[in-house]
Design a protein around this ligand. Sequence first.
Ligand code: DP6
Length: 398
Amino acid sequence: GAMAEERPLAIVTCTAPVNIAVIKYWGKRDNDLILPINSSLSVTLHQDQLKTTTTAAASRDFTKDRLWLNGEEVDVGQPRLQACLQEVRRLARKRRGDSSEDVAPLNLSYKAHIATQNNFPTAAGLASSAAGYACLVSVLARLYGVEGELSEVARRGSGSACRSMLGGFVEWRRGERPDGKDSLAQQVAPETHWPELRVLVLVVSGEKKQVASTAGMQTSVDTSPLLKHRAEVVVPERLKLMMRHIRERDFEGFGQLTMKDSNQFHATCLDTFPPIFYLNDLSRHIIALAHRFNAHHGSTKVAYTFDAGPNAVIFMLADTVAEFVEVVRRSFPPATNGDQFVQGLPVGSAVLPEELLAAVVTEPVPGAVRYILHTKPGPGPQFVDDPSQHLLGADGLP
Ligand code: DP6
């Protein structure tokens, strides 16, 4: 319309969550479209503790697309970033073509400025690409007036990102089609479904450079017979089981299967040639600790899972948190490095019974766990209405 020329700067801000898989995605059947060899299932974590915030602005005055990551300008030429940008703009054109109304008054030829930032230290090695691409796609879609199914677009940024487009418990269906139109995220249950479920992220010290997921899973697809068996036989069975455990809020079943699936993912890494090691001595120490804790209680009280890095993610019910945090504190006495040892949701105090201490806390490793982040399942991407929260100024710069 006539007003469009007067419109100054179109600007949108959004936040998006991290997710942690309980049935792991590992391996692609199409590298460009990011189509997986198996379906996966994750829990979306609460954004009060872990989130990415992204602002995107578009203006006639911008001469090229630009991106700032935690204040530093980065190259917008990366193919996955380009795939997301192009895909949103293509959907916007399509939508405009389909509609007689002025659905997206923004001129699609306008370039975008994008600024993105995490509320957690990038150095902590917490999966940030999933939240990052989910946030980018959400914000661009709103900016260019695109609605509807967007997990397919987020998937083009990073496979696991499609699961961060929804809250609660989320399945990424592998799909059958070669064009990926049916490889989408779907909510299994909302975050309110299991109110007692809690998550502890054990952020470990002294991590080194890992083999990146993208490269690692490609080598696994090329060389691991175990991964092939997992994708074809094990995961389809486990997915059905896991959905039932979630539906029934059965922590015993959920926890057992979460641990087994993490272990099988790491087994496929060892079965990769040359082998990939994401678990280290500390991961194995944490795994053994969880099993001793469960054995002491005679049931599954805590369930660990590890991705392509050394941090441990541990699921439990709310009534176990205080005791288990105390077990972690005794097992990994904190170094006084200035970090608050327990961060996130409040944790009550617990006094450990002598027999639990004797049975579970065997060889303490001082300083091995940098801090614990206490969180819970949470919602999907959220738009931010407060203009003071924008990461770009009126000039379109950070
Ligand atoms: C071990 O989604 O990071 O965290 O699709 O190549 O970007 P790309 O890989 P990415 O892989 C995540 C692998 C995992 C398991 C999971 O999140 O399901």
